[in-house]
Design a protein around this ligand. Sequence first.
Ligand SMILES: [Zn+2]
Length: 353
Amino acid sequence: MKAAVYHEHNKDPRKVVKIEEIEIPKIKHNQVLIKVEAASYNYNDLWGIWGEPIKIPLPHISGSDVSGTVVDVGENVLNIKKGDRIVAHPNLTCRICKDCTSGKEYDCRQRQVWGFQTGPLWGGFAQYTYLPEVNVIKISDNLSFQDAAAISMVGMTAWHMLVTRANIQPGQTVLIMGGGSGMGIAGIQIAKLFNCDVIATAGNQEKMDKCLELGADHVVNHRESDWYKKVRNLTTNNNQGGGVDIIFEHIGKSVFAQEVSLLNMGGTLVSTGATTGYDSKLDLRYLFFRGLNLIGATQGTKAGLEEVIKWTSKGKIKAVIDTVYPFENMVNGHIKMMESQLFGKLITTPQKL
Ligand SMILES: [Zn+2]
């Protein structure tokens, strides 16, 4: 089979990521063999190629978001059979510790992100790959492989932030920062599923327009210095003084202090990243006088991913795809992720060279 392999780290993916011929993997008793139809890119693919911020096993196959068809199952696999269409749940956890058995698999001390921390040669950018049975989810016939691969990681993470962690309620006012990012695209749509009033932010007019197309009620440009005043003005009719109930945050230092000032009494900021820097300031008076919840989130649960897949197959959440790359040119996806502003996910199709 063909796979996108690298044997050493480099800042330029073109120098190390090559399509190679390798053996189709052999599965263990609890695993399934997957013919990969679509695989989407994530930033952790770049971290793997760079070897920063953590070292990963070499030689390496990246790719954590895949969909495809099961072509073989191990002898102890119970609920998945040959021919099933599936999407990967990329969190590998022990499933027996206190966190796993209380539904908090994202806190498992043994958690690994498949395709990033796993290996050697165990990831999704390949014509065939394998996963434990518990790490695949069946998808319905009306959900395309590309849509399933595009929505899985960002959808699961956004669901976890808003539903599991921030306990989103119908009718709340929700501020989706970076609404034009993969995470934000999912966040806007999940908040609208709950009939929330959604204010999205984006960094340019094109992305602002697309946020509105996805269902955001309002949009502001977070690159403008008075962006937070605009958010406050948009909410003054909803609440005394103006403010939002939930902030979906992954931008970090450049906006964090203003975000906290926008939260209503008892409001919640849920963070899953800090692309502009992590050493931000916090006026503690907001925290205690307003009884705020400042919480973090990372990845999500299989149950959350199943919800996202269900709503995507119903057409209530739309997967947004920026570009699809033939597999032989798949390294161009890594380059695009490094160099360009995207709207939606990048996909490669390992069966289509
Ligand atoms: Zn565990």
